[in-house]
Design a protein around this ligand. Structure first.
Ligand code: ZN
Length: 263
């Protein structure tokens, strides 16, 4: 393991302070949900003092390694309301890295936000629902499934159902307003990293891993790799938070620091 003094670099301190003030779409959604919430969400390990932004313990905060980038596609995080409050949520990692290309909304069965509907109806976009499951088993009403990205100039926009396995199935089937949006089948193959939450479904991917595969599909391999690095970093620091030990700095920290210093 590499030991390096990567946590603080005064050259970027002012830049960091400026960036901290800019809230990405996930943070804005979290603030709205907190304001509307009548009950406090009791996350596991609630006695831990957490960073406001990454929700990890302050001693395991990942914000110092978070580059802000632009990628070749856009993402819509369609979050189940419970998911917004979970420290294990990985959809927010996408908003962290690609704030200008990520839109976050709470799912509603019957009342989707107008801004979301406008986005889905935008003729300059090609929207896909990312549903990394065996679609044929689940599909009651057949809909178009793309196996690869069609070659056209439209802005590829990936809709990620960010919820537990069971919830995302409901969201997919009960949202009449999503019925005309085609699906994209993610390529099979292994991804490095591991999921914090395991599922009984072998083909279950975390939301961040699914987004990484989407970037591979649009040939944005560099950002796909960076997202996987950031996801790996998140997993290591999440486990450190749960185990109450300081995270060990390694190659993934070094790679993300190098990217941040190039911006
Ligand atoms: Zn943090």
């Amino acid at each position: 393991m590499l030991k390096s003094n990567l946590r603080f670099d005064p050259r970027f301190a002012l830049f960091d302070i400026c960036m901290q003030k800019i809230k990405n779409s996930f943070h804005q959604l979290l603030e709205r949900c907190k304001a509307q919430s009548t009950r406090e969400f009791l996350a596991r390990g609630k006695s831990v003092i957490r960073c406001d932004r990454c929700q990890l313990a302050t001693f395991a905060c990942i914000c110092d390694w978070q580059p802000q980038l632009n990628c070749d596609a856009e993402f819509v995080l369609l979050l189940h309301r419970d998911e917004v409050f979970k420290p294990t949520n990985t959809g927010r990692l996408i908003a962290d890295l690609f704030p200008s290309q990520t839109h976050a909304y709470c799912w509603s069965r019957t009342e989707p936000e107008q801004a979301l509907m406008d986005l889905l109806n935008d003729k300059t976009r090609q929207c896909f629902i990312v549903y990394p499951a065996n679609l044929t088993d689940l599909e009651a009403k057949p809909r178009k499934i793309f196996l690869e990205i069609p070659a056209n100039e439209k802005l590829k926009t990936f809709i990620l159902l960010d919820a537990t396995w069971k919830q995302s199935g409901r969201m997919y089937h009960l949202s009449r307003w999503l019925e005309n949006v085609p699906c994209i089948a993610l390529p099979e193959g292994s991804l490095r990293g591991y999921a914090v939450r395991k599922s009984h479904q072998d083909n279950y991917l975390s939301t961040a891993e699914a987004a990484s595969l989407c970037l591979q599909m649009v040939n944005d391999k560099k950002n796909s790799e960076i997202l996987l690095d950031y996801f790996q970093l998140f997993n290591e620091h999440y486990l450190a938070t749960r185990g109450c030990y300081p995270p060990v700095l390694g190659e993934v920290h070094q790679r993300l620091s190098a990217i941040k210093s190039q911006i």
